[in-house]
Design a protein around this ligand. Structure first.
Ligand SMILES: *Cc1c(COP(=O)(O)O)cnc(C)c1O
Length: 498
């Protein structure tokens, strides 16, 4: 499979190179275009396990790995890490469905991909004979950081440095990161918001591209953000898996299209749904759900992507994003691989903060995508109503999806089954979830966790419950223009120890 940079014709890579590099040298995102080569026979997946489905689907996308290699890699990646063999169980809630993507080690959906990515990277490294240490740089809006730390800690030949926005993540998310174990990990707060941290990381890559300081230190920078295709591929699998579950339970017939409602930030998860559709999964609509930072809702409805707007800190912080990186991949696919168009739109975004997509592209997008947004008040209201009506407890991100689904059904009910992607455990955002179902006023995030458990009886994930007894290991906090120096210091510090 050839992966193209979204920004220029000359930068192509095979799967192993794309996974190892993370981002193309021109700043574009590696994207496959030949979906004919990646078709999946959905019927043939029906009697397969979650792990088998993952290996098959990921193997279609990253086809430099043999099916045997991929199977071994996926087995090892998920073994013993998830609460259930099923990895991503589907629950029926009222007349709709929720796919629970948060049953992994950090209680957020990013575990699904970040359990696999380190294995892909080490396998790619071995295949390409690369000896440099792979240094993973990650900007996080809260969940990626911990899931990446959990995936990479003590993985030989790798190091991971995570930047999170100071004050921009929940108490529990912060505790998860700053207590991370492992000899190859670093965690640092940035004075700024998620976009600042993400831009900072992109600038570090660009700086290294110009002056190659990492190579001089025996290191190679890579990314665990969803700009890495190795992060996206594992997410495609659960779309197929949830579909198979509904066929097996008799809720739909094989071939029926379904709608997926996806709480969206960086557009990675929903883009994985678009990959699944292009790979042969019957998808009616992908519904893009945003919180008050509704730049994507506005884009899908108007064709104008405009990040020049107020940034809101919301109760769904993992979706507090104004520059959704993976949309670039969609623009590339929907324009039939028009590098020049994508490069121009991305330059506009960088220089002017706004771009307008061609009408034809937007028409194509709207056939497949629908969009809506829900602010905190509506999301919390949905948590309360769903809890009271069905005894099902949703987190704040999932609740944005639920509220947008309700609006979607009212606006354009196409009669097909709706599946909401549930992206985090309610216990990761206990304080807000609790406030949606009771009047309790807990002192801390952990107090809220206890009260939420007392109020609902829903079990607390063991790894979250144990957090408060762990020691804080990382207290660094830097200005956004000091991120580069921080990384250089970590890498050269590493060198001196050797
Ligand atoms: C990352 C994240 C999202 C957004 O996913 P994208 O792939 O960035 O669109 C939604 N909910 C939670 C809980 C997340 O951690």
């Amino acid at each position: 499979m050839i992966f193209y940079s979204t920004r220029s014709r000359q930068h192509t890579a095979d799967a192993t190179e794309a996974v190892l590099k993370g981002i193309a040298p021109d700043g574009g995102l590696y994207t496959p275009v030949d979906f004919d080569q990646m078709q999946v026979d959905v019927g043939a997946l029906l009697n397969k396990s979650a792990v088998e489905i993952s290996a098959e689907v990921i193997g279609k996308i990253l086809n430099d790995f043999t099916p045997e290699e991929m199977r071994a890699l996926i087995d090892a990646a998920y073994a013993g890490k998830f609460e259930t063999e099923d990895l991503t169980p589907v629950e029926k809630v009222g007349e709709d469905f929720v796919i629970e993507l948060f049953r992994g080690p950090t209680s957020a959906f990013k575990d699904v991909a970040l359990s696999v990515l380190p294995r892909l990277i080490t396998a790619a490294k071995a295949k390409l004979g690369v000896e440099d240490e792979i240094v993973i740089l990650t900007a996080t809006s809260g969940d990626t950081g911990k899931a990446a730390l959990e995936g990479f800690h003590d993985v030989e030949g790798t190091r991971i440095i995570v930047f999170y926005p100071d004050g921009g993540v929940s108490d529990v998310q912060k505790a998860q990161m700053v207590t991370q174990a492992g000899g190859n990990v670093g965690v640092c707060a940035v004075k700024g918001n998620f976009d600042d941290a993400q831009t900072g990381v992109k600038n570090i890559f660009a700086d290294d591209q110009r002056s190659h300081w990492a190579a001089t230190a025996g290191a190679r920078l890579s990314s665990a953000n969803s700009i890495n295709i190795g992060r996206l591929a594992p997410q495609v699998a659960y779309y197929f898996k949830s579909y198979c579950d509904l066929v097996l339970r008799g809720e739909i017939r094989l071939g029926d299209p379904v709608n997926f409602i996806v709480p969206t930030g960086n557009f990675g998860d929903i883009l994985a749904g678009e990959f699944a559709r292009r790979m042969g999964l019957p998808v009616a609509k992908l519904v893009c759900a945003s919180n008050a930072n509704k730049v994507l809702t506005d884009f899908i409805n108007t064709g104008v992507y405009d990040r020049r707007r107020e940034f809101y800190k919301t109760a769904s912080p993992s979706m507090d994003i104004l520059v959704s990186s993976n949309l670039e991949r969609y623009l590339f696919l929907a324009s039939g691989g028009d590098f020049e168009l994508v490069a121009r739109l991305m330059a506009d975004l960088r220089e002017k903060g706004v771009y307008t997509a061609p009408q034809s592209l937007m028409d194509a997008m709207r056939e497949r995508f629908s969009a809506g947004c829900a602010d905190d008040a509506r999301a919390l209201d949905a948590i309360g109503r769903v809890w009271r009506a069905y005894g099902y407890l949703m987190d704040t991100h999932t609740a944005v999806g639920w509220a947008v689904m309700e609006e979607f059904k009212a606006r354009e009910d196409n009669g097909w089954v709706n599946i909401v992607l549930s992206t985090a455990s309610p216990y990761k955002f206990s304080r807000d979830v609790l406030s949606a179902i009771s009047d309790a006023q807990p002192e801390s995030g952990f107090g809220a966790m206890d009260m939420l458990h007392e109020t609902t009886g829903v079990p607390v994930p063991a790894r979250l419950a144990e957090l408060r007894s762990l020691e804080t290991r990382f207290a660094d906090c830097v200005e956004k223009d000091a991120m580069l120096g921080y990384v250089k210091g970590m890498i050269s510090g590493n060198r001196e120890q050797e």
